[in-house]
Design a protein around this ligand. Structure first.
Ligand code: ZN
Length: 323
């Protein structure tokens, strides 16, 4: 695995409405850590909020651009990463069912899929999420003080891409990103890095018929990012994707990782992001997420940016564990 150019998922980025509602849901109801409070580097009047485990490990990072009232709801559909799944221990399913009901989260009854028990629910913008109960995950999750550590979300399980077919996307995943087919059930095909199949790595392609194409907006995923260990590995991946005839961006400095982007043939925007330097790049681990961090080129505009952003505040006391 160490030599693998792609080690699994790095992060998933979605669009949201209210920043406060987003913070309350992900840090409060789900108990993830806000690991970075920054701005959209391409639109600094909008936050970029990152949630994850204690350090913001690759494979645990869910990020949002909360556009407030400036965005309409999107529609989940073909050409999108349509469902984002988090991993929890098998013994925690009852806990989470109770907790999501306590906070009146829209959800479906847990169901069996492949070898896993799946609980589908939606965030305040209607973003499709799942908890996948399993006993494969050895990651600790984030000990936040109000969700018992044994029930904490461990990070991602995987993502589900909705496609019209699987062949072309499989050619990129398997041919360029060193993923391999690992399982299938009906119109769902699962992929994981070659020689590995762990929570935080899975990409499922679902090519069920009779679905509409998606439309971007609040409650939809903007892109998914794969994790690569170094700048050198990233450049090798970039060459391989270019050789498949896809347009790939130059390397972009995202402060906490370096990124390239390309759209896979099924329409989903893929990013390949480096593990280093990580979220402790500009504040210590103990302080992650506590201050508004700006990239150096925006520091001169800090006063103006802070005046435009809605104030947000997280109150952990409001999210104590149910009895
Ligand atoms: Zn990204």
């Amino acid at each position: 695995m160490q030599n693998h150019p792609i080690r699994g998922l790095h992060h998933v980025t979605a669009l949201a409405g209210s920043a406060q509602g987003n913070l309350d849901f992900y840090a409060g109801v789900l108990g993830l850590r806000l690991v970075k409070k920054t701005v959209n580097f391409d639109a600094p009047e909008v936050y970029h909020l990152y949630y994850g485990d204690e350090t913001g490990s690759a494979g645990s990072i869910m990020t949002f651009f909360p556009f407030g009232t400036q965005i309409r709801r999107g529609r989940r559909g073909v050409g999108q990463s349509a469902v984002t799944s988090f991993s929890v221990p098998s013994a925690s399913m009852e806990y989470w069912l109770r907790r999501l009901k306590q906070f009146q989260v829209p959800l479906q009854a847990p169901r069996q899929r492949m070898d896993e028990l799946v609980l589908y629910f939606e965030d305040p913008d209607g973003l499709s999420l799942e908890l996948v109960a399993n006993d494969l995950d050895t990651r600790p999750g984030y000990a936040n003080g109000f969700i018992p550590a044994e029930h904490a979300i461990r990070g991602f399980w995987g993502v589900e891409l909705w496609e019209t077919g699987y062949e072309q996307t499989e050619a990129i995943l398997a041919g360029r990103l060193d993923y391999a087919f690992v399982a299938e059930s009906g119109s769902r095909r699962r992929y994981a890095p070659q020689g590995s199949a762990s929570p935080g790595q899975f990409v499922d392609l679902d090519y069920s018929v009779n679905r509409d194409f998606g439309r971007g907006g609040a409650g939809t995923v903007h892109h998914i990012a794969f994790d690569t260990p170094s700048d050198e590995a990233q450049l090798l991946v970039r060459e391989k994707v270019l050789a498949a005839g896809l347009h790939v961006t130059p390397v972009r400095d995202r402060q906490y990782f370096h990124s390239i982007y390309f759209r896979e043939p099924g329409g989903v925007l893929f990013e390949v992001a480096t593990t280093p330097p990580g979220f402790a790049f500009d504040e210590p681990v103990a302080m992650l997420g506590s201050a508004l961090k700006l990239p150096p080129w925006e520091e001169a505009h800090r006063a103006q940016i802070e005046a435009q952003l809605p104030p947000i505040h997280f109150n952990p006391e409001a999210y104590g564990s149910p009895a």
